[in-house]
Write a protein that binds this ligand. Structure first.
Ligand SMILES: Cc1cc2nc3c(=O)[nH]c(=O)nc-3n(C[C@H](O)[C@H](O)[C@H](O)COP(=O)(O)OP(=O)(O)OC[C@H]3O[C@@H](n4cnc5c(N)ncnc54)[C@H](O)[C@@H]3O)c2cc1C
Length: 347
């Protein structure tokens, strides 16, 4: 079988890259081991201004419209809304956060992302005496239903194969061959498992494990909250709460310690949530990188091999825009942003 591209991995990265390549009439084969991945369990948050210093994510002014456009296009195609845009209230607890807000108020670049402060009396559901800052242009992606819809679509289009990809089976010549499949190029979208890829072993991944809870609660809270961790209200009095950060990848089962910490921190914010029932707890690994930038592009010595990975905790924001740019690079040799070009690291 002849293809233009074999794509390894059907997380958000492989899925949106495949979607764009299909729109450009490419013949593709997606190979995925069908294990639960980081994309499925992610909260899918898009939050343009983050950190104690309230810093705007680099490139967000360009990335965000393209993410919205991509998710609107998918919503229209699948007749289902996957991206829920709503403001988020962020607790300003530490002196440096309050100072940063004072500075940002005088910076026009932040006008479209930061709203007003809420006094405690306006927000009786929460017990904190610190102010809440309204952040705008925030939202969350319903990743699991989106990936399921895309998988069904890929299967119907005859371009999905549930299988593990084993590196020694790949033959590299002018084109690539894997089992009975041949392609001009293979693109690896393996999430944190990409660390084991022998052709990209030189890349400095810094994987970060995260745990996340789904709760049933009795609170009237309807706002997305960010208090160091976040609370995302869903329909039917359910919510997602998370996520933890850990570099210990030895233990990949849900832990009592993470669950206890997430519930404790939530109860500090709103005592009405203390009696929440945990419906589910998931663990995943963010494909983060040393310089906090993705790995996008072709291998410097084997241009038949490409990588689309390293989206860390910002996949929902970055993947739509960078998948478009990567497709332009693959098909028309358009330039990639140098900060995420994989060739910034020598093989
Ligand atoms: C707890 C948690 C919370 C998060 N919250 C957010 C958030 O709020 N907002 C946000 O933007 N991001 C968040 N993220 C990060 C987000 O999940 C990632 O940025 C993004 O999903 C990465 O997508 P990916 O496709 O690169 O990787 P993955 O989703 O991990 O997909 C990789 C795929 O490749 C497959 N694969 C790998 N190797 C092979 C092989 N050899 N053969 C076959 N298949 C293979 C895997 O099985 C998997 O299906 C969170 C992550 C975690 C863990």
């Amino acid at each position: 079988m002849q293809y233009d591209f074999i794509i390894v991995g059907q997380g958000l990265a492989g899925s949106l890259l495949a979607w764009r390549l299909l729109q450009n009439d490419c013949r593709i084969l997606i190979v995925d081991n069908a294990a639960e991945n980081a994309s499925q369990i992610a909260a899918g948050l898009i939050n343009p201004v983050t950190g104690l210093r309230l810093v705007k994510t680099a490139g967000v002014d360009a990335f965000l419209p393209l993410a919205r456009q991509c998710y609107a296009e998918l919503a229209s195609y699948f007749k289902c809304n996957f991206y829920i845009e709503q403001p988020m209230l962020r607790l300003l607890r530490k002196p440096e956060e309050k100072l940063a807000y004072t500075k940002r108020q005088q910076d026009q670049q932040y006008d479209c992302y930061l709203g007003r402060l809420f006094a405690r009396a306006e927000f009786p559901e929460c017990s904190s005496t610190d102010p809440w800052l309204e952040q705008t242009q925030t939202g969350y992606l319903l990743t699991r239903p989106l990936l399921q819809q895309l998988k069904t679509y890929f299967i119907a289009s005859g371009c999905y194969l549930a299988s593990s990809f084993n590196y020694p089976e790949l033959e590299i010549a002018k084109t690539v061959s894997w089992r009975q499949y041949q392609a001009k190029r293979i693109i690896f979208c393996e999430g944190f498992l990409g660390m084991q890829n022998p052709w990209f072993a030189h890349l400095p991944f810094q994987p970060v494990k995260g745990e996340i809870l789904t709760l049933q609660h009795g609170s009237r809270l309807q706002n997305m909250l960010n208090y160091g961790e976040w609370f995302i209200p869903l329909s039917g009095q359910q919510a997602r709460v998370g996520a933890t950060f850990s570099h210990d990848l030895n233990q990949t089962e849900p832990s009592v310690a993470a669950r206890t910490a997430l519930l404790y921190n939530l109860a500090q914010i709103s005592p009405s949530l203390a009696a929440s029932q945990v419906l589910a707890q998931h663990v995943g690994v963010r494909p983060s990188t040393l310089d906090k930038q993705p790995f996008v592009g072709l291998h410097p010595r084997y241009p038949q091999l490409g990588i689309f990975n390293g989206f860390g905790a910002k996949g929902s924001l970055l993947i739509p825009a960078l998948s478009q740019q990567f497709v332009q690079h693959l098909l028309h040799d358009a330039a990639l942003p140098k900060e995420c070009h994989v060739q910034r690291y020598l093989a």
